[in-house]
Design a protein around this ligand. Structure first.
Ligand SMILES: Nc1ncnc2c1ncn2[C@@H]1O[C@H](COP(=O)(O)OP(=O)(O)OP(=O)(O)O)[C@@H](O)[C@H]1O
Length: 304
């Protein structure tokens, strides 16, 4: 279990994380979502004791991680796939980590096999690795201590489609085994097929902490697209009814605030011909973008 309580981190005039509170439970893959600069990495670094909070607490299993002896057995983390010594082989890198945490050497071969790094690849200098291979190595390192809590910062970066499928399967299995799996991303499209719980932040503040299904349900209402040779008259009728109408091109309107049934009824009542009437469910991506819109504006260069 990961618990973050009223966590704040300030860097001079910049507040990277502001009064953030959430819980990540075992047995789930929890996506940690937010636009670039939202404060995800800073939060993960505070959880790992790499950055000191300005205020609040970030604990794992009820403890501040820094105080855990032999930490890899408690928490496995991938923060930055580039943050490894490029001159070493993957095997040597993992052996050194295993040694420092009193983990048996046989675990190195087990995790290399788990992440699909072949014997030949594991013997090569890490400096020659692609980003995808570095991500696999970072995941292997996180798994090394067989920990109950795992955290991954943007682990899907650089993976090819086969790698993405593999990593999703791995995260789900780790969660099924009862572990806490916390995965950051700035893309909802990456999380909607990976996570079942979400923590969403923007500008360092909590926006939502709930299941994917709950997040989808809070998304904007569906949009109705209607095409009609009488689109002008139809738009006027719909606006009178209180709907929001946006004209897409000559004949096509996008309508919010009135469902397809109501639009059809109104067209019938006013003897207006319809050529098309379709409903588009709000996508998770749309809900995410709407909820974090302010934070994205910030990322474009304002001061927090
Ligand atoms: N060491 C630091 N010194 C000063 N400002 C920092 C530092 N680390 C992070 N920040 C600032 O804190 C904010 C949050 O950054 P953070 O890297 O945590 O966001 P993020 O959600 O992980 O973004 P990304 O997806 O781009 O990695 C940003 O405005 C960033 O510039």
């Amino acid at each position: 279990m990961i618990e973050v309580e009223q966590l704040t981190k300030r860097y001079g005039p910049t507040t990277a994380v502001r009064d953030l509170s959430f819980t990540v439970r075992p047995g789930h893959v929890t996506g940690f979502l937010g636009p670039n600069g939202a404060g995800k990495t800073t939060t993960l670094r505070m959880l790992l004791g790499l950055v000191e909070p300005t205020a609040g607490t970030a604990t794992i299993g009820g403890h501040v991680f820094r105080r855990h002896p032999r930490g890899l057995r408690h928490v496995g983390a991938l923060l930055d796939a580039h943050d490894v010594h490029g001159g070493r082989s993957a095997r040597a890198h993992l052996h050194a980590m295993a040694c420092g945490n009193r983990i048996p050497r046989r675990r190195v071969d087990e995790v290399l096999a788990e992440v699909g790094l072949t014997r030949a690849a594991a013997g090569r200098r890490i400096g020659t690795y692609s980003l995808g291979m570095r991500q696999r190595l970072g995941i292997a390192a996180a798994l090394l201590g067989d920990p109950p809590v795992l955290m991954f910062d943007e682990p899907l970066n650089g993976l090819d489609p086969e790698g993405v499928l593999w990593v999703r399967g791995l995260f789900r299995r780790l969660a099924r085994e009862g572990r806490t799996v916390f995965v950051s991303s700035h893309l909802m499209s990456e999380m909607e097929h990976t996570a079942d719980e979400l923590v969403v932040i923007g500008r360092g503040e909590l926006i939502a902490a709930e299941s994917l299904a709950e997040f989808a349900a809070r998304g904007t209402e569906p949009t109705v697209t209607v095409r009609s040779p009488d689109s002008g008259a139809l738009a006027a009728v719909l606006v009178t009814e209180g709907a929001a109408v946006e004209r897409c091109d000559g004949d096509t309107l996008r309508v919010r605030g009135a469902g397809a049934v109501r639009v059809g009824e109104l067209a019938h009542e006013h003897r207006l011909l319809l050529w098309e009437l379709t409903t588009q469910a709000a996508s998770l991506e749309t809900a995410f973008m709407e909820l974090t819109a302010d934070s994205v504006e910030y990322a474009a260069g304002e001061t927090r």
